[in-house]
Design a protein around this ligand. Structure first.
Ligand code: PLP
Length: 406
């Protein structure tokens, strides 16, 4: 009955499919027999979802009108203030910034593609990328195209980026470029400040004065990358770019506040032009109204309550920092053991995932499944969710992956 409408719709979501196989093996052989490194959420060392107790407390004390009432389409006034504080941290942008509430980062990506590219356009991201970018683009009659993220020296491939931006802007009037940093999914790479300088210089040169470029900066993992201030040092580079280059920050409360299921996030524009900011609010709210209408009020109230109470905010930050350290230890353990074993991994910095480049990811993934190891095969390699396994498992995996590759 369904119409394909040019979309490539798989029979089953790959990640959920493999996770299902992992759960079937757990049911058959027990938890100890399985390493499920497919899950995109932070689990503790007992395999339970990490949920910040300080956030839960606020949630449990909500009044019925905090969740039953509709929220304004663009978000409550308090929420719009506090989500900017959450996204920017100590940094105070010296440009016009407007926030529009979205159901997680996913909604921000959707609304940006919808409003800043044309039907039929190509949207640019790197060759290692979160598969949903392509699904979202297809859903709206666009396609995702890629540049090679790393050069032969394992550095950000500015030449490949430049070549692709040049090509696309010779064919299109406008271009949405998705940059997922810091702690990129699936590699764990974070753009350095030098990478940012090169990227912005290139975009400015190619865009000139008349091409429109939207830099969609997906910071879904920013609060699990390490020092929150250090990982926000790139943000001032985005203020006061030329009027035809618009940075849009896609900010998600899913990971930062462990509110994955409560669909909370925002898209935040940064522009020197007031009219561009006003237009941003108008067009994005229109898209919201026409797709999900309004976002859950409960999560907006939770965030507002956290930001109006300094002591509570400190507790939330402290609790997150504990789990961030746990995650960073796992990442370092994986990196260390990969180096010891001689397993080549994609340049890794921090975050939920690391990746291994290989030619036949599906085959290797199946081999590992027989040993109870579940990873996600991607086009260019294998993704390991270090967020969902213990440090011990992070140490054990590299040698096993290498053996399966031989
Ligand atoms: N961006 C990336 C790279 C992600 O991996 C995810 C979630 O997995 C998101 C954005 C959006 O997540 P959410 O919609 O839950 O905020």
């Amino acid at each position: 009955m369904a119409q394909q409408n040019g979309r490539n719709i798989p029979l089953e979501d790959k990640i959920f499919g493999i996770s299902r196989l992992a759960n079937e093996m757990i049911a058959e052989k027990g938890e100890k027999a399985v390493t499920n490194a497919t899950i995109g959420a932070l689990l503790d060392d007992e395999g339970k979802l990490v949920v910040l107790s300080s956030v839960v407390e606020v949630l449990k004390n909500l009044a019925p009108e905090d969740y039953a009432e509709y929220a304004p389409i663009g978000g409550t006034a308090e929420f719009k203030q506090c989500i900017k504080k959450a996204a920017f941290g100590k940094y105070q942008p010296k440009c016009f910034t407007e926030a529009v509430a979205t159901p997680g980062g996913t909604g921000a990506i959707r609304n940006t593609i919808d409003n800043y590219s044309k039907i039929g356009d190509q949207v640019l991201t790197s060759d290692w990328y979160w598969a949903n970018y392509s699904s979202i683009a297809q859903e709206m009659g666009r396609t995702a195209t890629t540049y090679s993220l790393f050069d032969d020296g394992s550095n950000f491939n500015i030449a490949a980026f430049k070549e692709k931006v040049e090509k696309l802007l010779s064919e299109q009037e406008s271009l949405v470029i998705i940059i997922n940093t810091p702690a990129h999914n699936p590699t764990g790479y974070s753009l350095t400040l030098e990478d940012w300088d090169k990227l912005l210089k290139t975009v400015k040169e190619i865009a000139g004065e008349d091409k429109k470029v939207t830099l969609l900066v997906d910071v879904a993992y920013i609060d699990f990358a390490g020092d929150p201030d250090k990982y926000r040092e790139f943000l001032p580079k985005l203020e006061n770019l030329p009027a035809n280059i618009l940075p849009v920050i896609s900010y998600s409360a899913s990971k930062t506040f462990t509110l994955y299921g409560m669909r909370c996030g925002a898209m935040i524009c940064m522009t020197p032009v007031k009219e561009v900011a006003q237009e941003f609010v108008r067009v994005c709210q229109f898209s919201s109204r026409a797709s999900w209408s309004n976002c859950p009020r409960a999560s907006m109230v939770v965030l507002s309550k956290i930001y109006e109470d300094k002591a509570l905010l400190e507790r939330v930050d402290k609790e997150r920092s504990y789990y961030c350290d746990l995650l960073l230890k796992r990442g370092k353990a994986f990196e260390e053991e990969a180096a010891k074993a001689g397993l080549k991994i994609v340049p890794f910095d921090a975050g939920f995932f690391a990746s291994i480049p290989c030619d036949n990811p599906d085959e290797i993934s199946k081999k590992l499944q027989q040993q109870g190891i579940f990873l996600v095969p991607l086009a260019k390699g294998l993704r390991v969710s270090i967020a969902s396994i213990t440090e011990k498992e992070c140490r054990m995996l590299p040698a096993k992956i290498l053996a399966a590759m031989k």
